[in-house]
Design a protein around this ligand. Structure first.
Ligand code: URA
Length: 423
């Protein structure tokens, strides 16, 4: 087999054969195919797309490039959630313990943040002592003992994706629905979960802002799941405004504790409980996820998970020492709050990283003192910025300029759960 023929096949709009796909994925994962040839193939896929069979074979090859988590020792149904990422999206921290307290188990292998959307592991690592880097045996032990784990996927699952994703990041080839779908699904299938619910975000703070693109991504991932025997469904959920009132690692942990204590903001609870219902439905469990909050079971599971991963759930969550408020430029009702701008502000305050080696601040971020629908008077604070270094306020404030619209009339309420996609 010749890599130049593989590239030409896709360049000319034909489907790659299973042999060509295996040759490329195995060769690239092993370092035998150079980056320039891999880049050419990825760019051809961006332009030409992939047929359904081709995408199934591509995903299978990515899964086979590494280990699979063996969850056979877990004595309850396993189910996980994956979000395409949003601003203030702390759903995983509340959802995994709800699922664990409702009779299922969640082996949630997650990631760190890059760019304007925060990473679940960065948030949890704001808890003193919390370890996100577990080996696969440890991760399975925590799921068995607690009912949920949230940890990094590590180097062993779908290593081909790890190499390809790094290459896509620097070659302008991230934005391809088949490449995104196979990247996400290869990791989730290798994770060994019995069912999967995808939270595909739509709107200004989402990875793919347009609903048609988000729907196509969701449908593609649901089909990949079905082709691999994984019960998969997807919810399209709104990400025009930040979810909840905080964006930033420790701030989001504190808000998650409030949610687990039954005092979470309405939008966060609506999305979390709808995803939980869908997860329990896929497991065939007839439980009301709210009971796990009201009865304290979810908080108990969260604390147990944090302890099992080396953290102290009762330690104070770190706070940034410097604060600055951003005032309303007019009086009226907030009709729009741009999630992406809030995400960029949180990132510039120190909550996110520009390069994967960068450290993140546990305390930095944005508190939204007002949200869409709220009434404000001119000069009243809308945002509170938290940072370790006051020099960060100016660039964060620039990101927030124009992020909010204020109208004389209250806006119509916007639905958060936009569509449900089942196979
Ligand atoms: N997240 C992933 O894991 N892969 C992509 O390609 C995009 C987002």
């Amino acid at each position: 087999m010749d890599m130049i023929d593989v590239i030409r096949t896709k360049r000319d709009g034909e489907s790659l054969t299973e042999d060509q796909i295996n040759y490329f994925i195995n060769g690239y994962a092993a370092g035998a195919i150079p980056d320039e040839q891999a880049s050419a193939l990825l760019m051809a896929i961006v332009w030409r797309g992939m047929a359904e069979d081709e995408l199934t074979a591509w995903t299978t090859a990515m899964i086979s490039s590494g280990a699979r988590l063996d969850l056979a020792s877990i004595d309850r149904p396993t189910v996980d959630k994956h979000s395409t990422g949003g601003v203030g999206d702390k759903v995983s921290l509340v959802l995994a313990p709800i699922v664990a307290a409702s009779g299922a188990a969640d082996p949630m292998l997650s990631g760190r943040g890059l760019g304007h959307t925060g990473g679940t592991l960065d948030k949890l690592e704001a808890i003193p002592g919390f370890r996100a880097d577990l080996d696969l045996d440890e991760a399975v032990r925590v799921v068995r003992e607690v009912g949920c784990v949230i940890c990094s996927a590590g180097p062993d699952l779908a290593p081909a994706d790890r190499r390809l994703y790094a290459l896509r990041d620097v070659t302008g080839t991230v934005e391809s629905i088949p490449l995104i779908a196979s990247s996400i699904m290869s990791k989730k299938i290798a994770e060994g979960t019995g069912a999967l619910v995808l939270d595909v975000k739509v709107g200004s703070g989402a990875f793919l802002p347009a609903i048609d693109d988000a729907r196509e991504l969701a449908e593609t991932m649901v089909s990949i799941g079905a082709a691999h025997g994984l019960r998969t469904s997807a919810l399209l959920t709104a990400m025009d405004a930040p979810l909840g009132r905080t964006a930033g690692n420790g701030l989001e942990v504190s808000e998650s504790f409030a949610a687990l204590n039954g005092a979470g903001p309405g939008d966060l609870m609506e999305v979390t409980l709808e995803l939980a219902r869908e997860m329990l439905y896929l497991c065939g469990l007839d439980a009301d996820p709210w009971d796990a909050i009201a009865g304290g079971g979810a908080l108990d599971r969260f604390n147990a998970m944090v302890s099992a991963q080396g953290g102290d759930p009762h330690a104070p969550v770190p706070e940034a020492p410097e604060r600055e408020q951003v005032q309303a430029p007019a009086s009226g009702f907030i009709s729009r709050m741009d999630a992406r701008a809030v995400g960029i502000a949180a990132w510039r305050l120190g909550a996110g990283r520009a390069k994967k080696e960068d450290a993140v601040s546990p305390g930095a971020g944005v508190v939204c003192l007002k949200k869409p629908g709220d009434e404000v008077a001119v000069g009243e604070p809308i945002f509170e910025l938290h940072a370790d270094d006051p020099a960060r306020f100016e660039p964060a404030g620039t990101a927030l300029a124009g992020a909010v619209s204020i109208d004389p009339e209250p806006p119509d309420p916007c639905p958060l759960i936009l569509e449900r996609i089942r196979p």
